[in-house]
Design a protein around this ligand. Structure first.
Ligand code: 5AD
Ligand code: SF4
Length: 447
């Protein structure tokens, strides 16, 4: 037992949250902030003054656990200074590693999972009164998003989770273990949350799920994802609706139809992962390169100005030069607007961790660079094609380094930089004439 003075009397207590990983994790951090604020705590962006530091971790790729320990090590001086400081580790690493974290890292007081963030105030109170270090991991499926307070980091463009978990078990991926099996939220709750976003001043929403196209599946009384988009499209005050992530195997003509609605942005993130059927099959992706290609063709035929982004993994176990060449050719052929490119990394507990023919680091690096060079060229060409055109931009605010330059996004999710002008505010929809396409996005001026 440590000597923890009863500091809960010092109210409110300051909480600092550090978030790693995906948009779902950012959203979960907003929920953590929401439940703690509702419990009387206050948020801070300065860890050195915090009474509680929480790490919302990600384990999608390499060295996730190690990253947590080294980050926590940076907080040692704060712990030396304030013996009542509580350091908690949650998110996917918390869920997967659990109690062992306490054994490995004496600075950590609390380990929690992806599905019990609503109980954080109770965990913290318990630690505070007992002085014990605890781990509390519930089954990943326990979580429901119902009636949970959210303290948003966003003011104009917000996230709403429509489902949690994943049933796909792609051979490389840890998500089904870290976030459990797929479950969809009730559509009434989702629509209510979008309406609340509007009331708090937001005009853009991104609907979040690991595989949004299978929303509602397996629930008899639930609607489909395209139907959900139709209802969201009717909500007054929302100007733009986005969604991630679409799994190619469930990407349907009904969804493409729904994407023609006024507020649904013309952009899809459609992870290809590999262009080789042999590798796609080993990955357990559930589609072939030909099927993927025909879905992209269908979407492009139907939706004018569609932008497409993707995820690619190079160096998956068994990926031959021939397999890699197929990915490279497919990247050239599809012509993505941008991509997230990864070297395969072994995730303990996943099927591919036991596959033979693991690829050496040097080959992975070489393949990564080759795709990166091709993609950079394509991105540049695509962005240059906007030169001279006028696009609708939602203003996000001033750029971090140059205060006289504003940042915004097109409906297709391209970043646009333009000189600020009187009367332009965050959240405004304005027309920008593009004069230069660059790798990072587009430069222009108010049209
Ligand atoms: N190794 C490399 N990349 C991975 N991803 C998921 N798991 C792994 C892994 N073990 C990538 C996939 C996925 C994205 C979110 O992260 O491309 O679409
Ligand atoms: Fe992971 Fe595959 Fe599920 Fe995406 S669809 S979260 S890659 S298992």
């Amino acid at each position: 037992m440590s000597i923890r003075l009863n500091s809960s009397k010092k109210s409110p207590r300051l909480v600092y949250i550090k978030t790693f990983g995906c948009q779902m994790n950012n959203y979960d951090s907003e929920i953590m902030a929401g439940v703690l604020t509702a419990h009387g705590h206050k948020m801070t962006d300065n860890p050195s003054e915090a009474d509680i530091i929480l790490l919302n971790t990600c384990s999608i790729r390499d060295k996730a656990e190690q990253k947590v320990y080294s980050q926590v090590g940076r907080y040692r001086p704060y712990k030396d200074k304030n013996q009542n400081l509580i350091i908690g580790v949650g998110g996917c690493v918390g869920q997967l590693v659990g109690n062992d974290i306490l054994k490995k890292a004496p600075l950590i007081d609390l380990v929690f999972g992806t599905s019990n963030i609503d109980k954080l105030p109770q965990f913290l109170d318990y630690i505070n009164y007992s002085g014990e270090r605890i781990s509390r991991i519930d089954k990943a499926e326990e979580w429901t998003d119902k009636d949970i307070p959210i303290s948003r980091n966003t003011t104009k463009s917000g996230w709403v989770s429509i489902m949690r978990g994943c049933n796909n078990f792609c051979a490389y991926c840890v998500v089904p273990y870290a976030r459990g099996r797929e479950r969809s939220r009730a559509h009434q709750d989702i629509l209510k949350e979008i309406e609340e976003l509007v009331r708090s001043g937001h005009s853009e929403v991104t609907l979040l799920g690991q595989n949004v196209n299978s929303y509602g599946k397996g629930k008899e009384d639930e609607i489909s994802f395209p139907q959900l988009l139709r209802l969201a499209n009717q909500i007054e005050g929302i100007e733009r609706i986005r969604f991630v992530t679409s799994h190619p195997k469930d990407f349907s003509p009904e969804l493409v139809e729904a994407m023609k609605l006024e507020k649904i942005c013309e952009t899809i993130h459609l992870p290809l992962q590999s262009g080789s059927d042999h590798i796609l099959n080993r990955m357990n992706r559930g589609y072939t390169a030909t099927q993927y290609r025909s879905k992209v063709d269908m979407a492009r035929r139907e939706i004018a100005g569609l932008t497409i982004t993707t995820d690619i993994i190079v160096g998956f176990p068994g990926e031959t030069e021939e397999d890699f060449a197929k990915t490279r050719d497919m990247v050239k052929e599809i012509g993505y607007d941008s991509m997230f490119l990864f070297k395969y990394s072994v995730r303990p507990g996943t099927a591919a961790a036991d596959f033979d023919q693991q690829i050496d680091e040097k080959t992975k690096q070489k393949r990564l660079e080759e795709i990166l060079n091709i993609q950079n060229q394509i991105t540049l060409e695509k962005n240059r094609a906007y030169e001279g055109k006028v696009v609708e931009v939602m203003v996000e605010g001033p750029s971090q380094d140059k205060k006289d330059i504003m940042i915004g996004k097109t409906r297709g999710n391209k970043v646009v930089l333009f000189p600020s002008a009187d009367g332009i505010r965050e959240g405004d929809l304005i027309k920008i004439k593009i004069d230069k396409g660059r790798l990072y996005g587009l430069d222009g001026e108010v049209a």
